[in-house]
Design a protein around this ligand. Structure first.
Ligand code: SAH
Length: 362
């Protein structure tokens, strides 16, 4: 075997298994056997020293070359805050920026809310992350690292991943999809596609691309990967005011893309998120407009009572109004539920991500 010295080291966390196998071929003249051993070790244990893997046997020079060219560096946890069971953690990236992720306990497992960008350029009027602006896209490795750290450094039984942290996943879709391919690989973290949700502001181009990919088999395709759409306003004037993306893709265009999104199984449905803002989008007329918008679409509405930031211009409606709003939807026959407000105190809830120190530094 010739170990070529001219290959640059690569972060293996950003490589899906087919790519890793191809790299092993190019670099070491080796195939799936050794690549898979490394892949398994990384995702099953969170660390990977090829020198300790039985698959590498007596081949110390190969193990050393692999260790040098595919070094596993998990970004350090540099902050943690939370109200008991729901908590946010920060990872420091190589350039000093930080990701924010939120661990959310469910009944028998935990869900991880991950970031796809540092900051965001969508500019939603009610969202903390929007105030940061868009600093940069996260790489696939930086997205995967959030899940790997949660599982193996923090020891959390993460079985579900939602892209509802900082950023707009459709605005960084290549990296997000590469990360999803890695997270869902059965030989690694093995989080099934139906347990992974991309949440979008209503990026119609991205939704259409995902719709096409949903019809193909893995690893190229992403059948039954879940889609959540942040509606937040059921008519164009209000939505354009709250969410600038609506000036680019209207509700009619969004609706058409949702109608065409494939939901092959009877129990599959889209999630439609609706942040309740007092006196802005929380009337009975708004509830009925939502029902009208979703007519003919298999969807479950998730109501999220607004989580205010430090100097928010909006308020959360009183509890009674939140319940009433849910009732209006249900009575009109729309599948709907109320999402908890876990993490509010820790600035770890929906729309509250966007490190205040970073904002000050800007
Ligand atoms: N860009 C993606 C994902 C990030 S936002 C998207 O728009 O879906 C995740 C969810 O939090 C969205 O549904 C968004 O509407 C909601 N959200 C944003 N700010 C919020 C706030 N202050 N309180 C409650 N929910 C908020």
């Amino acid at each position: 075997m010739t170990v070529s010295a001219h290959f640059e080291p690569v972060d293996p966390l950003g490589l899906d298994l087919p790519t890793l196998v191809a790299q092993f071929g190019e670099r070491f003249g080796k195939g799936e056997y050794h690549a898979l051993a490394l892949f398994r070790a990384i995702y099953r244990t969170g660390m990977a020293d090829p020198r300790a893997l039985s698959e590498y046997g007596q081949n110390l020079s190969l193990a050393e070359a692999v260790a040098a060219q595919f070094p596993v560096h998990l970004p350090p946890v540099v902050g943690r805050s939370g109200d008991g069971s729901t908590y946010k953690f920060l990872l420091r990236l190589r350039d000093g920026l930080e990701t924010e992720s939120v661990v959310i306990p469910m009944k028998s497992y935990k869900s991880l809310c991950v970031s796809s960008q540092v900051g965001c350029k969508m500019g939603c009027a009610f969202c903390e992350t929007a105030r940061l602006g868009h600093l940069r896209n996260l790489t696939a490795a930086e997205i995967v690292a959030q899940v790997l750290v949660a599982r193996h450094v923090l020891g959390e039984p993460i079985e579900n991943v939602v892209f509802m942290g900082m950023g707009e996943p459709m605005d960084n879709l290549d990296n997000v999809l590469c990360a999803v391919r890695i997270l869902s690989d059965r030989r690694g973290l093995a989080i099934p596609l139906p347990s992974i949700t991309l949440s979008t502001v209503g990026h119609v181009g991205g939704i259409r691309r995902l719709a096409r990919l949903a019809t193909l088999a893995p690893p190229e395709g992403f059948p039954r990967l879940r889609l959540a759409v942040s509606l937040n306003a059921p008519n164009d004037p209000l939505r354009s005011e709250l969410m600038p993306v609506n000036r680019h893709w209207s509700l009619a265009q969004l609706r058409e893309a949702l109608v065409e999104f494939p939901l092959p199984r009877p129990r599959d449905a889209l999630f439609v998120e609706y942040v309740l803002l007092e006196g802005v989008n929380d009337s009975r007329a708004h509830a009925l407009e939502i029902v009208e918008f979703l007519r003919g679409i298999k969807a479950c509405v998730n109501l999220i009572p607004y989580n205010p930031g430090p100097d928010s211009p909006y308020q959360r409606p009183p509890e009674t109004r939140v319940r009433e709003f849910l009732q209006w939807l249900l009575e009109a026959g729309q599948r709907s539920r109320l999402r908890g407000t876990k993490g509010v105190g820790a600035m770890a809830a929906c729309g509250q991500l966007g490190n205040p120190d970073r904002k000050r530094a800007r």
